[in-house]
Design a binder for this molecule. Structure first.
Ligand SMILES: Cc1cc2nc3c(=O)[nH]c(=O)nc-3n(C[C@H](O)[C@H](O)[C@H](O)COP(=O)(O)O)c2cc1C
Length: 181
């Protein structure tokens, strides 16, 4: 049984949902989990000694990660490096198999190029497009991106591309990593 910290960002709530699902599964396996939005981690700091393993989960919005994400990894690079750790991203491009791989997901590659922290384990999840809950500007932009990439453009649709069985399997994988540490 390990103490696992999950630091995450979520603009529309989907990464938060993935994080909660991972936490549920880890707790079912006997781990103890603390969830911390990245803004809170920046504002209040992390009690690093409390945790055996750190998992970070960050979505991509308009081609990039929230500035808090890079600030967090810059400020805490050494701390992160000294603990067993893992990172996943959430993108809509990962709905296709190649872009769900670390090598094929350009946003993961961008993160690796920009971040001074090199996570020990990487994962790409496909996210969600919730047209009815997007504002006018976001809806138009996402429809345009979807049109270009042959994705769904119907503004009445909410499409969850996340493979939830894979999320559960990933949580089991994180449990294994944390408990062999
Ligand atoms: C305004 C907006 C912009 C987005 N931009 C991108 C993008 O550039 N590339 C991509 O792969 N996915 C993009 N997405 C998809 C998000 O990564 C996906 O919806 C994810 O589930 C969002 O996570 P969150 O709900 O935790 O914020 C975008 C989504 C929104 C709403």
């Amino acid at each position: 049984m390990k103490n696992i910290l999950i630091v995450y960002y979520s603009r529309m709530g989907h990464t938060a949902r993935i994080v909660r699902r991972i936490a549920e599964q880890l707790e079912a396996k006997g781990d103890s989990v603390e969830l911390m939005p990245v803004a809170e981690a920046l504002r209040e700091g992390v009690d690093w000694d409390k945790h055996d393993f750190v998992l970070c989960g960050f979505p991509v919005v308009y081609g990039t990660y929230h500035p808090n994400v890079y600030e967090f990894v810059r400020n805490n690079c050494t701390r992160l490096d000294h603990k067993p750790n893992a990172m996943f991203n959430v993108t809509v491009v990962a709905r296709t198999p190649f872009k769900a791989t670390v090598e094929g997901n350009r946003y993961m590659q961008n993160f690796l190029n920009r971040s001074p922290w090199r996570p020990r384990d990487l994962k790409c999840f496909a996210g969600k497009i919730d047209y009815p809950n997007l504002n006018f500007f976001d809806k138009k932009c996402i429809q345009l991106i979807m049109k270009i990439t042959n994705g769904p453009t119907d503004p009445s649709m909410c499409i969850d591309f996340t493979d939830w069985d894979d999320v559960k399997a990933y949580a089991d994988h994180i449990h294994e990593l944390a408990n062999q540490a």
